[in-house]
Design a protein around this ligand. Sequence first.
Ligand code: ITT
Length: 210
Amino acid sequence: MLPKLVIATNNPGKLREFQMLLDGCGFELVTPRDLGVNFDPEETGSTFAENATIKAIEAARSCGLVALADDSGLEVDHLGGRPGIFSARYAGVDRTDPNISEVRQLELLLEEMDGVPEEQRTARFRCVIAIATPGSDDVQLADGVFEGRIGYEPRGTNGFGYDPIFVVAGRSVTSAELPPDEKNRISHRGHAAAKALELLRKMSDGDAAG
Ligand code: ITT
């Protein structure tokens, strides 16, 4: 039987991607919800790495298992890097219906980018993954970047969050128009997860040996 790894997220879009990305990592993926654990830590850090660390340590502590957390977001150059670590809360938080705040986020960002010329619409997704072990404040980090630009209207139905307005660098499609496996091959989360996969395989080999 494989050891369990908690995917420390409440975001179903991230979870779907990790289920593909971490296939073969040597752990059985579970969520805090699967374990009956209420997981909603306050993200008080000022960087992706700090927030990923907070989430991973809290999940490992409350679930008593190795935990992997992702902190990610969209940096828009014209907006000085906003919304960045505040991407999930850019349009406020509607806890009764997260879909409403996602739609509102896209509208708000397109409004802020109204009239901004093509060459100033550059942006990137960033992802930092933290892996924590119960009883330790040490984490292992892995990061990834996905370059693109902000489009003019939402397109595509795959992915989640800002994908419908994120046009992939050097292409004319949004990341919501990419099939999931193609997004995973080139995305910020895909790059970070490839590094995390190596770390997890070493940990599960160590487990098997010990
Ligand atoms: P958890 O903390 O529970 O994992 P969250 O959605 O609050 O979920 P973050 O604080 O890391 O997670 O915020 C990430 C936000 O950045 C996410 O809600 C999206 O709005 C955006 N984002 C990150 N990766 C994305 C992707 O691959 N496609 C589209 N939007 C993405």
